[in-house]
Each structure stands twice: as C-alpha cells, then as structure tokens.
Design a protein. Structure first.
Length: 237
C-alpha cells in the first residue's frame, strides 16, 4: 500500500502542500474528501461520534484512528487512550498532534493474552465496520475485539445501511447484486496524481451486525440512528 490516506493526513499536519483526497468505490463516482475534516474538533463531529465519545469509559482503544481527533479529545478529557492505525503516516501525524500512545498496528496483531492488554472501551468510528473488509471476515474481527475487552468492556462502532445507493424496481425492491452482500465494496483513493491499490471496505446494516454478534456470543445494542441511514451500536460480552 502507498499509504496515500496517511500521506494526506501528514501533509495537512505538517502544512506540506495538503490537497483533498479523491475517493471512489465500485458503485459510486469519484468524490472529493476534505482532509481538514479529519482534524475536526468535538463540536464539528457528527452527533453519532459525539455520542460515542460521551459513552467512553476506562481504558480506551481507538481502532483506525486516522488523524487521531477522537483520541485527542479523549486524552484531553483525562482518558488513557491508545490510538492504532495501519498507516505509518497517520500515526506520525498523531504523534505530532501530541497523542501519547499512538502505534502502527493492525487490530488483528494486537496481543490479548494478558490483562494489561485489555480495554474497557474499543472505538471503531467513521464506518468502523469498514476494516472488516468482507462479510466472511466479520466473525474473525469480532472474536479478536472480544478477546481485547475487559469483562465489562464495550465496543462502540458505527456504520451505514447503504441499501439507499441501489435503484428500486417497479415493485419497490432494491436491485442489489445477486452474489454476495450489497455492503461489500471495493475502495480506491487518489491523492496528488497517485492512486492507492484497491481494497475491500464493508458497510453493515444494523440487523446484519446484530446477527453476526449473536453468532459470536456477543450482545449488540442500537444506541442511536443518524440522519442518513447511519447508526451507532454498542457491543458487549
């Protein structure tokens, strides 16, 4: 991976000719994304993100932290928070922003063998289900997340039901692909005349997430719905 997403974040943080990102999926046209938005403060965050931060407790793990805005807010509130991302550039930006515990790490590679590596809150925001990649890998990620929770810990995760992106026939049925789950997308990123390798990205409707949690001996609770088919859920043991 060229780490273009992280490069845009680091360029913005260091004021090195930052540009906007162009994102594209297999079912949507190219769309411009403001890198500045990734550096938003609490007041600028969507209601679902604000709610998730309000619900945080204890020792926090911020998965796929990006520019670290959620971690920074929590750290300033006195939380012990660890920010992880697979992007070296994004983590470099997090360190420059003053996030004390920021590490280049894939969630699947985190050690969960001792109590010190357990968390009271695990955050997965900005379509947190995206890192699962495909529907078949959801259980693998849920089991890993479960292993990282304290006994009374919680996973706070958001996503969207993207059924609205598909056309409807004359009977009102959505014309989704016959094969696979409609929330399985392939994503590409363009930045400064470079293009990232295509990668899988998963949007999960709430019922599918709830069923996956049940299958993995986890409880899933709908906390809040957003204005555009998005939602925040809490997962516990």
């Amino acid at each position: 991976m060229k780490d273009l997403f992280g490069k845009a974040i680091l360029d913005y943080q260091t004021n090195k000719d930052p540009r906007n990102l162009i994102t594209e999926t297999n079912i949507s046209e190219p769309d411009e994304m403001s890198v500045a938005y990734l550096f938003r403060n609490y007041k600028e965050m969507p209601k679902l993100e604000q709610k998730a931060l309000q619900l945080c407790k204890g020792k926090v793990l911020d998965v796929g932290c990006g520019a670290g805005s959620h971690s920074l807010y929590l750290q300033e509130k006195g939380f012990c928070v660890t920010a992880i991302d697979i992007s070296p550039n994004a983590i470099e930006a997090c360190k420059l922003r003053g996030i004390k515990k920021s590490v280049v790490k894939n969630i699947l590679d985190l050690d969960s063998t001792n109590e010190e590596s357990k968390f009271d809150t695990i955050l997965l925001l900005m379509n947190g289900t995206g890192i699962f990649g495909t529907l078949k890998d959801v259980s693998k990620y849920l089991q890993k997340l479960k292993s990282l929770l304290t006994d009374n810990g919680q996973i706070l995760i958001d996503s969207s039901d993207i059924i609205y992106m598909f056309d409807q026939d004359e009977d009102g049925a959505f014309e989704v692909p016959a094969n696979g789950y409609y929330g399985e997308l392939t994503f590409s990123i363009h930045y400064k005349d470079e293009t990232e390798e295509v990668f899988p990205w998963l949007y999960l409707d709430y019922n599918t997430l709830q069923n996956a949690c049940f299958a993995n001996d986890l409880k899933c609770e709908l906390i809040q719905e957003g204005e555009h088919f998005d939602y925040l859920a809490k997962i516990t043991k």
